[in-house]
Design a protein around this ligand. Structure first.
Ligand SMILES: [Zn+2]
Length: 154
């Protein structure tokens, strides 16, 4: 039985939801895609953007491009308080639970975007208590908390 189902999401468009209770550290779904070399990434204008959401580092030489319809895991939304993380095992990438997840909870992970000029183009609607309003990786969120925007919207 599948651990997830695709549903309309409160965060953005569609999302993935737990089809049953999932234990911490469970492999939930493979993040499928095409293995490409870093050189291909450099040369393809499609990746000419530091917010290539579907591109994952595999090792020094290869990346995985998950920008394909068959990659169901690409529907997983970002959250400032995620219950999953993306982790590689060999040449494969999986979505793992990072805590116990209850049936019908939306699956989320931290997209890991850096903090830069463009962060305002990526608003976050995860509604977590700690949401900073933008999709920015946890290590960089303090920068947003310091900014005026955040204070005026608290
Ligand atoms: Zn958020």
């Amino acid at each position: 039985m599948k651990l997830y189902k695709v549903k309309k999401s409160n965060i953005d468009n569609r999302g993935l939801y737990a089809a049953r209770n999932i234990k911490d550290r469970t492999k939930i779904i493979e993040y499928k895609g095409k293995i490409i070399t870093k050189k291909q990434v450099e040369e393809d204008p499609k990746f000419d953007n530091d917010k290539a959401i579907y591109l994952f580092n595999i090792n020094k030489k290869y990346d995985l491009d998950g920008d394909f319809k068959y990659n169901t895991a690409r529907l997983i939304n970002h959250s400032c308080n995620p219950n999953c993380e993306v982790s590689g095992t060999g040449l494969k990438i999986w979505i793992f639970a990072i805590r116990d997840i209850k049936k019908n909870e939306e699956l989320t992970y931290d997209y890991g975007f850096g903090f830069d000029e463009g962060y305002k183009d990526f608003p976050c609607r995860c509604k977590s208590k700690n949401c900073v309003g933008y999709i920015v990786r946890s290590e960089s969120r303090w920068r947003i908390k310091k900014s005026k925007y955040y204070k005026s919207h608290k």
